[in-house]
Design a protein around this ligand. Sequence first.
Ligand SMILES: [Fe+2]
Ligand SMILES: [Fe+2]
Length: 337
Amino acid sequence: MYTQSLDLPNTDAGNTDSAGLPTEAAFLARIARDEKIEPQDAMPEAYRKSLIRQISQHAHSEVVGMLPEGNWITRAPSLKRKEILLAKVQDEGGHGLYLYSAAETLGASRDDMIDALHSGKAKYSSIFNYPTDSWADIGTIGWLVDGAAIMNQVPLCRCSYGPYARAMIRVCKEESFHQRQGFDIVRALCEGTPAQKQLAQESVNRWWWPTLMMFGPHDSDSEHSGQANAWGIKRISNDDLRQTFVDVTVPQAAFLGLTLPDPLLEWNAERGHYDFGPLDWDEFWRVVRGDGPCNAERLNDRVEAFEKGRWVREAAVAHAARHAARAVSIASEKIAA
Ligand SMILES: [Fe+2]
Ligand SMILES: [Fe+2]
């Protein structure tokens, strides 16, 4: 899925510098023509590095994102809910694998990416550093967090880098299932007893603001946004995506009979959008920098899972080596005969 080895590299002859890399103007012209950049194409080093950073962070977010929900698999309230949650958490693992593979097409090593995550050097989405205190949180994560992820990821289906864009098409289809299953959990709680509805309300109160922070800093404070826009990696700004998410979610909360915890949330007829209150950027940066409620726990869990799985990886490599050696010896016996 990630290689098109029969394609010829697009070198834009005559538009390359002495190192054989495309000039900025030639590369931007390809982006402007909406051409997909493929792994074998020459690309500016900064574009390649920026994509590796973004795609690997995205991969880490998928894999770390399995932890808060995995925490509830054994405690799901019915067999059906357990099956759905298992499938969802498994999907997130799959998303991580597509994305690590997409980053590898740019020359990144998987070992280096995993090392960067485990050493705390690499970032992942700060939303996964919040705890899942109740079953309602599993509903809220699907409804709000996967809902915000879709909002962020749909424009990435048109990203200029082919393997990333193609991975996003499948990921978004699965995210849509995640969002629906979450909404269905919250709906069931809201239609249940007053205590169940209260559980849903309390969960939404905790997750609303961290979800809005998922769209990242204001465009004016976003370190990478401008360049990512110019390169066709990012198509819609953080603030515009956040506004669209609020506009779409307010009627859903009203349908459920839930209140969003923002006294300043109000329809603005002039703008044609909901106004909403300011985000707590101190909290955002605190969690991004490693001091959220569960940062240490999440990293410890990832490192522990990696170490526990070491023997499986080593056994697979040993098995493959033995298999290859046997194939060579059978082939040489045939030649000798
Ligand atoms: Fe995902
Ligand atoms: Fe998801």
